[in-house]
Design a protein around this ligand. Structure first.
Ligand code: NAG
Ligand code: NAG
Ligand code: NAG
Ligand code: NAG
Ligand code: NAG
Ligand code: NAG
Length: 403
């Protein structure tokens, strides 16, 4: 009898043990073990807490409690033994002088981590003003590039949520070689005149979602480079900045295809461009961009709201008379409404050697109230399908392909 009871108890215990969820281990940088406190630099403390958490065989959380801390650099490297969370509740400040960083191109880096969650409501303040004032990349091809606030390299099955990236010296977030990562409730802020401060740049990544984000910077809000697949951008508010951009593409040799991009339910306010695809002329090799859809977009005082530009050549860095070799196909612009800041509100200028194929314009309703002429549109080397678009916006002037 006693034996029987014992085994019953044992079974009950095993059942409980298997259903009770283990609490994740907490690695708080301000505990005595790590010794961080608001004010001084916490680079060492954070690195130690990360190493312990990453080596932990069960789920763990690294916590930076509220307060303002200096951080010279952080390099969060995996693989880790179990899912890992970083909760930044406080404000982390980068050195104002970029040359004080250990790595010139990265302030906070994440690498080779599966099941990462970055959250906490805190702020990564890149303190970029000094770097912007020294940036000459618009004149100097070999300029030194500044540090990116947050770099995600080879991150999988992860989320980044409820954080703010402020005044990065360069791009705010760079996503490279990642798969299945969601960015949500993220705020990204830098002045409209800051140089090269793109919000989120994605390249060579698959299944990346950006949702419920607020991005105002001096450059692209979201930019999607070559090798990007299954990217969704929804409920993102952009401005100031240069708008949401696919590209630039076709500048380098052997670029990988861009395929499966959905941008929907976004609002752009006071941006230089709206939604665009940009490719360089004189591409060194052929590549493709297809299955790209922009839908349910509100434009408020936006320059070039609907734009495909296969002659993208800022500061005349290229041979403009040699056409782009990026083939653009299966693209739609649907339900795009609001106000344009330029009379040319729809511009679809495709490559003269590889015209765009299967482009659709539907329900485009834009107004222009400035004094630079009447609302108009231009299309070349493309024959779009046009539905419910007023005459002025429906390829009013065309070139290249015969209508
Ligand atoms: C994506 O990652 C989440 C964890 O963040 C995971 O639950 C989900 O199964 C992953 N999806 C795929 C298709 O891998
Ligand atoms: C990501 O999650 C999916 C689905 O759970 C899994 O198949 C895949 O192996 C995970 N990726 C990595 C790198 O562990
Ligand atoms: C982002 O900004 C909005 C509006 O200013 C604010 O309500 C929200 O709490 C911010 N989110 C984060 C993660 O700081
Ligand atoms: C991303 O969003 C799309 C469309 O809303 C959805 O189908 C997909 O499952 C999402 N992926 C992730 C990784 O959350
Ligand atoms: C945009 O949001 C509305 C309202 O939530 C929804 O009905 C619509 O399907 C969304 N658009 C797209 C393209 O997902
Ligand atoms: C474009 O769409 C058509 C029709 O849906 C499809 O057959 C074709 O494979 C697509 N092309 C590309 C490059 O995705």
């Amino acid at each position: 009898m006693a034996h029987k009871l014992n085994s019953m108890a044992m079974i009950l215990f095993l059942l409980l043990a298997s259903t009770a969820k283990a609490e994740p281990g907490v690695f708080d940088v301000t505990t005595a073990t790590y010794g961080a406190k608001p004010g001084p630099d916490i680079t060492q403390a954070l690195a130690k807490a990360w190493n312990d958490a990453c080596a932990s065989p069960s789920a763990s959380i690294v916590v930076v409690p509220s307060g303002t801390y200096k951080l010279r650099e952080a390099s969060f490297k995996g693989p880790c033994k179990a899912p890992i969370e970083i909760q930044v509740q406080g404000i982390l400040q980068a050195p104002t002088d970029g040359s004080k960083l250990t790595k010139k191109d990265t302030w906070v880096g994440f690498e080779h981590i599966n099941m990462l969650s970055l959250s906490g409501g805190g702020t990564f303040d890149g303190q970029g003003a000094l770097s912007w004032s020294k940036n000459d990349c618009n004149k100097n091809k070999n300029c030194k590039s500044n540090a990116i606030n947050l770099r995600f390299n080879f991150i999988t099955n992860s989320t980044v949520q409820d954080i703010t990236s402020l005044n990065s010296k360069n791009f705010h977030m760079n996503v490279f070689g990642c798969k299945n990562v969601t960015f949500q409730h993220v705020n990204i802020t830098a002045p409209g005149e800051s140089v090269n401060t793109d919000g989120i740049h994605i390249g060579r990544s698959t299944a990346i979602n950006i949702t419920d984000a607020n991005i105002g910077t001096g450059d692209d809000c979201v930019s999607i480079g070559h090798g990007s697949k299954e990217i969704t951008v929804t409920k993102v508010t952009c401005g100031p900045g240069h708008g949401i951009s696919i590209g630039s593409l076709g500048k380098y040799l052997n670029e990988e295809p861009v395929v499966g991009i959905r941008v929907n339910n976004c609002t752009l306010r006071n941006t230089q461009n709206g939604v665009r695809i940009k490719t360089w002329p004189a591409s060194p090799s052929a590549s493709t961009a297809s299955d790209i859809h922009f839908e349910d977009i509100i434009m408020i005082n936006v320059g070039n709201p609907v734009l495909i530009d296969q002659n993208y050549c800022p500061w005349n860095q290229c041979k403009k008379n040699v056409p782009s070799r990026v083939k653009i196909s299966n693209v739609s612009f649907m339900n795009i409404k609001g106000s344009s800041a330029t009379p040319l509100a729809v511009k679809i200028v495709c490559s003269s050697c590889i015209p765009c194929e299967n482009v659709e314009l539907a329900d485009i309703d834009l107004t222009y109230s400035g004094k630079k002429g009447p609302l108009t549109s231009r299309c070349s080397n493309v024959k779009p399908t046009i539905t419910r678009v007023t005459k002025a916006l429906a390829c009013a002037t065309t070139a290249g392909l015969k209508k």
